[in-house]
Ligand binder design. Structure first.
Ligand code: ARG
Length: 277
């Protein structure tokens, strides 16, 4: 059994990537990004995803928007519908028109959240079965979930994030197939843990160190799991469930608080009836 999505992604090369501001606890302006290493790591991630069977669409990079490489935050994709993010921090708000232009040029209908709510796209919203699990607190507002549900027709379940180092849902949750997910419950409040336990039959639970190594920030293509790092115990469990692990070093991007999943946006996700217009 496989996810049924995750065969087509949007990525943006790190031509203008760097740590130029600090909007999460991982970012430190004094840390230099090695541009050449970043480019190599990004290329290797792209090739790895392609070899695993994914098709990659490339967004033109833009100067002065160093975080546009993290396309997971572009918005929420639902069939041919695209709901652009409303970024919490002004530093990333300038990315939105570039994402919108790409989706409009590729045949998507763009529907927007109201201006006063924040939501950071697939970084804070991942499908599991027929449900869209969405995080809130650091980057997305709890109130955004009802709007997202209304716009897409998806059933949205909310999880409160509690550790600012795990500021997006995709640092704590990685759906593997219809029964399995990698989870970092340290990042959720008690109610959020119950929501996930009720939703996902079998959990691969990361401990705090594994979660902070961004093990959940992985990309799943059928039975291949592309991870920023993989501790032996995590690898053994994934293999026992029939997955193949490929580790892709993305340490240049960890300097900005992002890893494999953050660098991709799945384009073949259908969540609810509004995506089938
Ligand atoms: N520097 C980026 C930010 O803080 C990293 C985004 C990571 N993206 C993600 N989907 N977790 O916004």
């Amino acid at each position: 059994m496989t996810l049924g999505w995750g065969h087509r992604y949007l990525m943006c090369p790190p031509e203008h990537f760097g740590v130029l501001y600090e909007i999460n606890p991982w970012m430190h302006r004094e840390v230099r990004v090695d541009a050449e290493r970043a480019r190599q790591q990004w290329e290797r991630l792209k090739t790895t995803l392609e070899e695993a069977g994914a098709q990659i669409e490339v967004l033109q990079p833009t100067p002065d928007l160093p975080d546009i490489v993290f396309t997971a935050n572009a918005g929420v994709v639902n069939g041919t519908q695209f709901v652009p993010s409303r970024f919490m921090h002004p530093e990333r708000q300038g990315e939105v028109p570039y994402y919108v232009a790409w989706f409009e040029a590729h045949g998507f209908t763009v529907d927007r959240l109201p201006e006063h709510v924040h939501h950071e796209g697939a970084g804070d919203a991942l499908p599991f079965g027929s449900v869209l699990l969405s995080g809130y607190r650091f980057r997305s507002d709890a109130a955004s979930h009802a709007y997202l549900s209304r716009l897409t027709g998806a059933a949205v379940r909310s999880v409160e994030l509690v550790d600012e180092r795990l500021y997006h849902l995709d640092l704590t949750f990685c759906p593997l197939d219809e029964h399995h997910a990698i989870v970092a419950p340290d990042g959720w409040d008690r109610y959020g843990r119950r929501v996930v336990e009720a939703l996902v039959p079998e959990l691969l639970v990361l401990d705090a160190d594994q979660a902070l190594a961004f093990c959940a920030n992985s990309v799943v293509i059928d039975s291949t799991v592309v991870m920023p790092s993989c501790p032996p115990a995590v690898g053994r469990q994934l293999e026992a469930w029939g997955f193949d692990v490929v580790v892709c070093a993305v340490d240049e991007f960890l300097k900005a608080g992002g890893a494999c999943r953050c660098l991709t946006l799945a384009l073949d996700v259908t969540l609810g009836p509004q995506g089938a217009r």
